[in-house]
Design a protein around this ligand. Structure first.
Ligand code: WT7
Length: 658
C-alpha cells in the first residue's frame, strides 16, 4: 500500500458520517427533505404518489381501508394489471426498442430482450399457460434458476391473473413439494438444469423428485431447455417443452386481465419460528405501487439507467428489485445466472463495465467476500458508470461498508443500506440517497410515510442510545395481506406482540432487534426469533432441527447460528445420539444429508457436534444463547443456572477440535 492509500484508509476508518455527493443530489429523483413532513402530514393520502407511478385500468376510490385491521386494503376499487404496467405501457410510450432485460449466462453467453420482445415472449407464454388450462387465481409454481424464462413466466402469470409462487432453485425437492402442497398448486414451470461454476447441474431430477411428493394432481409441467445437449433427460407424459409451446403461440396477443388492486399477485414462502414455511401473500396494487415507489425514491432508477441487483429472483429481493420495481419504471434490468467468482473473482466487475451499470444492489455477504478476495479485482475495471450502490439482507459492518464505498463506488456513490423483509414487500428503513447523511452500519431513518419505531418489551418507544425491538405502527401499501390460507397465523406471527385489540391499535412486529441514535437512525441488530440469517438468506432453525431429528440415531438436536466472517451467520447443529449410536462421522454425514434433502445447500451445517447432553436450564429449556456463543467462539458467561454445567466445557472442547 502506498502512503497515499494508507492515508486514505486511515481517513475513511475514522469517518463515521458521509454526505451524499453533490453531483448525485443534483440529479436525484428525490432530493427535497420536505418529503418526510409532507408524507406525515398527508398520511395515508401521501401514498397516492406511489400509486401515480402506475397506470390504472380503473381508478381506486379509497387509498387505505382499515375497517378490518390488520387486514388492511390499499387502493380499493382500483383495477390494474402488473404485466401491462411492466411492459405494454412502456412499449406504447415509445420504449419498444429499449432493453428491458440484459441477461448473462455463467458461461458468458448473453441475451437481451427489448421491451417489445419481452412483451411478445410474455404474451406467447401467457397464451401457453391458458392452453394448459391455467385460469385466473390458479397458483402456478415456478421452480427455476436465474434464466430469462423465470421473469417471463412471472409476468405471463401476472398477465392472466394467475398468482405465481417462485421456489428458489437451490431449494431441495422436499421444499418444492411442501410449497406446492401448501399452495395447492397444480402447475409447475421448471427447467432441465443450469450452470454452476462451469458444471451443468441437473435440476429436472430434483423437480421430479419433488413432484412425486405432491399430494394432489399436477396437471402440467413446462420444462425450459437451458442446457441443450449438456444434459440428457426425457420428458414424462404430462411434461412439455417450453420452446415448442411458445413457438406454437408466437405472435399471440393476450389481453392483460384487469385485477382488483387487492387481488393476489404472488405468494412467496419464507421461514419462520415453527417448522412450516409461511406463504406470504402480496397483492397487485399495493405491492406494485410500493416497489415502483421505492425503486424510484431509494434506488433512484430512471428509465435510461442500466440497473443491476445481483440477488436471485427466487427470493423477495429479486421479485421486488430485479423484476417488478425496475420494470414498472421502464428501466434496463441486468440478470446474471452464475456465481461471482466464476471463472474468476472479477466476474461482477466485468459485467458492470461491459454494461455500463449505473446502479448496483447486492448483499453484505457478497461485499465481505469481495473484501477477502482483494481490491485488485475491481481495480482492473472501469466502474465509473456507477452512480449509486445498495445493500440488503443483513447488517453491514462499517468496515465492509467503507470498502464498498471506496473500492466499488470510488467515494463518489451514495450507499443505501436497506432494511426490509419478505413480508414488507419493499424497503422500509434506509436513507434517501439524495437527502440523508449516511452512517456506515446504520440503515438510517424510516422512509417517508413509514412509522417504524424502536420500542422496549412493553411496546414503549425507547430513547436515543438504547436498544429494543423494531415495530411498524402504521400500515403501508407493500405489506403482506395475510399468510396463505392462514389468517390466524398471520395475526399471531406479526400482530400479537404489541397490538391492542380493544383499542384497535395494530402494531406490526418484524422480529428484529435494533438500536436508535440521536438522529433517529436505526441500527438493525438482527433477528430476535429462532431465525438465522445465512448469507442474507433467512433460515428457520426449527426447520433444520426437525430434519436432523428425523435421522435414525439422533435423539435430540438444537440448531443455532454462529458468527461467520463471510456468511454473517453459519448453521451449527448440536445433537445427542441415541443410546446405541456413536456420534461418528457416518452419523454426522447423515445429519448433513438430511438438512440438504429437506432444505438445500444454503442450509448446509458448518459443523455437526454430537454430545451426550445439551446444556439445559433447570426447567429443561435448551440454552441456545450459550450454544451460539460456543459456535461463535465468544467468551462464555455464567453457566451456573444450568442443570448440567459440565456439558458446556465438553462441547466447547469439541468445537475447538473440529
Ligand atoms: C430479515 C428479512 C429484505 C430482503 C432480503 C431478506 C434482515 C434485511 C437488512 C439490513 C440488517 C437486514 C432482517 C430481516 N435484514 N435487510 N439492511 N440490515 N438486517 O428478506 O429473507 O425476508 O429476511 O433480513 O433480520 O428481518 P428476508
Amino acid at each position: 500500500m502506498s502512503q497515499d492509500e494508507a492515508n486514505l484508509e486511515a481517513r475513511l476508518e475514522g469517518q463515521a458520517a458521509f454526505e451524499p455527493p453533490e453531483s448525485f443530489v443534483e440529479q436525484a429523483n428525490v432530493s427535497d427533505p420536505g418529503i418526510y413532513d409532507e408524507f406525515e402530514e398527508n398520511w395515508p393520502d401521501c401514498w397516492e404518489r406511489a400509486a401515480d407511478l402506475l397506470s390504472w385500468d380503473e381508478p381506486y376510490d379509497t387509498v387505505l381501508e382499515d375497517d378490518d385491521a390488520p387486514f388492511y386494503e390499499w387502493f380499493t376499487g382500483g383495477e390494474l394489471n402488473a404485466s401491462y404496467n411492466c411492459l405494454d405501457r412502456h412499449v406504447e410510450d415509445g420504449a419498444k426498442n429499449r432493453a428491458a432485460i440484459k441477461w448473462e449466462g455463467e458461461l458468458g453467453e448473453t441475451r437481451t430482450y427489448t421491451y417489445g420482445e419481452l412483451l411478445n415472449e410474455v404474451e406467447a407464454f401467457a397464451a401457453t399457460l391458458r392452453d394448459l388450462g391455467v385460469e385466473e387465481d390458479d397458483v402456478v409454481t415456478l421452480y427455476m434458476p436465474m434464466i430469462p424464462e423465470l421473469p417471463i413466466a412471472m409476468l405471463a402469470c401476472a398477465r392472466i391473473g394467475a398468482p405465481h409462487s417462485v421456489v428458489f432453485a437451490g431449494f431441495s425437492a422436499d421444499a418444492l413439494a411442501t410449497r406446492m402442497n401448501s399452495a395447492d398448486s397444480e402447475y409447475l414451470v421448471t427447467c432441465d438444469g443450469y450452470y454452476r461454476r462451469g458444471d451443468a447441474l441437473d435440476h429436472i431430477e430434483k423437480a421430479n423428485e419433488g413432484l412425486a411428493d405432491v399430494d394432489h394432481d399436477v396437471s402440467d409441467v413446462v420444462v425450459v431447455d437451458r442446457l441443450g445437449d449438456a444434459l440428457e433427460h426425457s420428458l414424462a407424459d404430462n411434461q412439455c417443452d417450453y420452446d415448442e409451446l411458445v413457438e406454437a403461440n408466437a405472435g399471440a396477443s393476450v389481453e392483460p386481465v384487469s385485477r382488483d388492486a387487492e387481488d393476489m399477485l404472488f405468494l412467496m414462502y419464507t421461514s419462520g419460528t415453527t417448522g412450516k414455511p409461511k406463504g406470504v401473500k402480496h397483492t397487485t396494487g399495493g405491492y406494485l405501487a410500493y416497489t415502483a415507489w421505492t425503486s424510484h425514491s431509494v434506488l433512484d432508477i430512471e428509465p435510461e439507467d442500466t440497473y443491476w441487483c445481483s440477488a436471485d429472483i427466487g427470493w423477495i429481493t429479486g421479485h421486488s428489485y430485479i423484476v417488478y420495481g425496475p420494470l414498472a419504471l421502464g428501466t434496463t434490468t441486468v440478470m446474471y445466472e452464475g456465481t461471482p467468482d466464476y471463472p474468476e473473482k472479477d466476474r461482477l466487475w466485468e459485467i458492470v463495465e461491459k454494461n455500463s451499470v449505473d446502479i448496483f444492489y447486492t448483499a453484505p455477504t457478497a461485499i465481505r467476500a469481495f473484501m477477502k478476495w482483494g481490491s485488485q479485482y475491481p481495480e482492473e475495471y472501469d466502474l465509473s458508470s456507477l452512480r449509486l450502490l445498495g445493500t440488503v439482507g443483513e447488517p453491514i459492518n462499517p468496515r465492509a461498508w467503507k470498502w464498498y464505498y471506496k473500492h466499488i463506488g470510488d467515494e463518489a456513490c451514495p450507499i443505501v443500506d436497506t432494511w426490509w423483509q419478505t413480508e414488507t414487500g419493499g424497503m422500509m428503513i434506509t436513507t434517501l440517497p439524495g437527502i440523508n447523511t449516511m452512517k456506515p452500519g446504520s440503515a438510517g431513518p424510516p422512509l417517508p410515510g413509514i412509522d417504524a419505531q424502536v420500542v422496549d418489551a412493553n411496546g414503549d418507544e425507547i430513547g436515543a442510545g438504547e436498544a429494543g425491538y423494531v415495530t411498524v405502527q402504521n400500515p403501508w401499501p407493500g405489506m403482506l395481506r395475510t399468510l396463505y390460507n392462514n389468517d390466524e397465523r398471520f395475526i399471531s406471527e406479526y400482530w400479537a406482540e404489541y397490538s391492542d385489540e380493544e383499542t384497535d391499535e395494530w402494531v406490526y412486529f418484524p422480529e428484529d432487534g435494533a438500536k436508535l441514535d440521536e438522529d433517529g437512525y436505526i441500527t438493525i441488530l438482527g433477528r430476535v426469533d429462532d431465525v438465522i440469517n445465512v448469507s442474507g438468506h433467512r433460515l428457520g432453525t426449527m426447520e433444520i432441527e426437525s430434519a436432523v431429528v428425523g435421522v435414525e440415531g439422533v435423539a435430540e438436536a438444537a440448531v443455532v447460528g454462529g458468527d461467520h466472517d463471510v456468511k454473517g451467520e453459519a448453521v451449527y447443529v448440536y445433537a445427542i445420539p441415541e443410546d446405541d449410536y456413536d456420534g461418528d462421522d457416518e452419523l454426522q454425514e447423515r445429519a448433513v444429508e438430511a438438512v440438504l434433502d429437506s432444505i438445500g445447500p444454503i442450509a448446509k451445517p458448518e459443523d455437526v457436534i454430537f454430545t451426550p447432553e445439551l446444556p439445559k436450564t433447570r426447567s429443561g429449556k435448551i440454552m441456545r444463547r450459550l450454544l451460539e456463543d460456543i459456535a461463535s467462539g465468544n467468551e462464555l458467561g455464567n453457566t451456573s443456572t444450568l442443570r448440567n454445567p459440565d456439558v458446556v466445557d465438553d462441547i466447547a472442547e469439541q468445537v475447538g477440535e473440529n
